[in-house]
Design a protein around this ligand. Structure first.
Ligand SMILES: C[S@@+](CC[C@H](N)C(=O)[O-])C[C@H]1O[C@@H](n2cnc3c(N)ncnc32)[C@H](O)[C@@H]1O
Length: 450
């Protein structure tokens, strides 16, 4: 990766490899900024914990270890005893990084976190296989720093906006890249503007949103940033219609490759990548990188869900293995997608049942498989880096019941790392803030090579 600017002055140290990809799904119910609930009405960011799902999750997890209804009861009892002893031992340990070695940890078995990535975690290939410079250690260090910052957020209940995972991801990426300008498309009450401001206190921001966040102040908390140019309300302009060349000139930006764009506007991401590429931007973050079969706009995750990628391409055979696993997942995870939700007429599984959604699901177009395939080739031809933020912590710690770990990469703090979870301060946060994970993605793009 070519960060916008980082180095010795960066508080988070650099090295090499990376935690990979992640998962899930959210749903939006309304459109433009015309009401309190606003365009961002994404219920997956808001729902409280589903107790029955939580309970069944734990039971199902236990069944991983004790699935012996006909086998000896005593054996189960013995196993349970070993598990409890092991939990007591491991919960006191402070172990870092979610690397492969640490995964062996829980109960000494391929335990609670073992279903992460079970159904595969599709990702977009980059031109030269480059990845980000930050490591899982950097992410852990960042988490430690970010939790107390997050606790001071002005908008405590950001229903329909970002939760903890993505707030952390955006803060971390902005802080790491140190952009000279940050552009945000999709503001709502201003929580993400606040996150950007915490990461870069003195960097100018340009915010685009149909409704000015100040409008929400009449009804409750909202955030309006200083050193921020708002194109909102009657001044609203869509990202695709801004004359970015003259805007950059106006802001004194001479190197456009040092600008960071954050999209949380629920628009077709293929369209946004093309617009950003045309303007010469290189660093983009998409908040809602919906998994195949979910969401209100065509996402990078959907685009790169192709049969040549692990976890990509799907079988619509109702009695097949994928259908069986998916229907089981659906029992435990609210946003898991079963085969009926995944597959439309003529076995169209790409996008959402063969549709390329756009603009909060208000503008949709059916696409052929060939078109979907071409879209991924186009995206791959522009990508220098593709990095999905992993979930911050496993569901046994956060108690989230929404996203299905089977389509997510291993979390930064893995299941079983209770001591670490507490040390980082994550245990102080309300469980509902962990519910909105939809594999936020950071990409670096550049002109296609001929
Ligand atoms: C999910 S909300 C943003 C949440 C915000 N980033 C946060 O974390 O709190 C989506 C926002 O996008 C706005 N929006 C709708 N169409 C848009 C467009 N074409 N360009 C920019 N924003 C748009 C909506 O009005 C809404 O405020």
């Amino acid at each position: 990766m070519h960060p916008l600017a980082h180095g010795p002055q960066n508080p988070i140290t650099a090295t090499t490899k990376m935690l990979d990809r992640a998962l899930s799904s959210r749903r939006v119910t309304s459109h433009l900024d015309d009401s309190d609930t606003d365009a961002s009405a994404d219920d997956s960011k808001t729902k409280k914990q589903n107790l029955s799902l939580l309970a069944s999750n734990y039971l199902s997890r236990l069944s991983h270890f004790c699935f012996c209804p006909t086998a000896s009861f005593l054996l189960c009892l013995l196993l349970a005893l070993v598990l409890i002893t092991s939990l007591a031992f491991h919960s006191r340990s402070f172990v870092c990084v979610s690397d492969h070695g640490s995964r062996v940890g829980f109960f000494g078995l391929d335990g609670l976190d073992s279903d992460f990535g079970l159904l595969g975690v599709p990702w977009c290939r980059s031109k030269h296989g480059k990845t980000v410079q930050w490591t899982s250690k950097d992410l852990l260090k960042g988490l430690e720093e970010f939790v107390p910052v997050y606790e001071t957020r002005p908008i405590k209940n950001n229903m329909y906006g970002m939760g903890f995972d993505h707030s952390f991801g955006l803060w971390f990426i902005a802080k790491w890249l140190k952009p000279v300008l940050m552009i945000e498309s999709g503001v709502f009450k201003g929580h993400s503007t606040w996150v950007l401001r915490q990461a870069m206190p003195d960097t100018p921001i340009i915010s685009l949103s149909p409704r000015h966040p100040g409008k929400y102040l009449k009804k409750g908390p909202a955030y309006v940033a200083g050193n921020c140019t708002y194109f909102a309300g009657k001044d609203f302009v869509d990202f695709g219609n801004v004359d970015w060349k003259s805007m950059m000139k106006k802001h004194g930006i001479t190197d456009i490759s040092r600008v960071l764009i954050f999209f949380d506007d629920h628009q077709n991401e293929l369209k946004r990548v093309k617009q950003a590429l045309n303007a010469g931007f290189r660093h983009l973050v998409f908040e809602d990188n919906y998994d195949t079969g979910t969401g209100d706009h065509y996402s990078l995750r959907q685009i790169c869900d192709q049969s040549y990628i692990r976890g990509g391409g799907h079988s619509c055979f109702r009695d097949g293995d994928e259908a069986r696993v998916r229907s089981k997942r659906k029992l435990f995870w609210e946003k898991a997608v079963d085969i009926h939700e995944l597959c439309g007429p003529n076995e169209a599984w790409w996008g959402v049942k063969g549709w390329m959604r756009d603009n909060f699901n208000h503008s949709n177009k059916p696409i052929s498989y060939a078109e979907h395939f071409q879209n991924s080739r186009f995206i791959e031809s522009t990508l220098d880096v593709y990095w999905e933020l992993p979930p911050v912590a496993g569901p046994s710690l956060t108690h989230q019941t929404r996203y299905d770990p089977a389509r997510a990469s291993s979390p930064i703090v893995e299941d079983g790392r209770y001591g670490l979870f507490q040390r980082l301060g994550l245990g102080r946060l309300e469980a509902s803030v962990f519910n909105g994970y939809t594999q936020m993605v950071y990409i670096e793009i550049s002109e296609r090579e001929s």
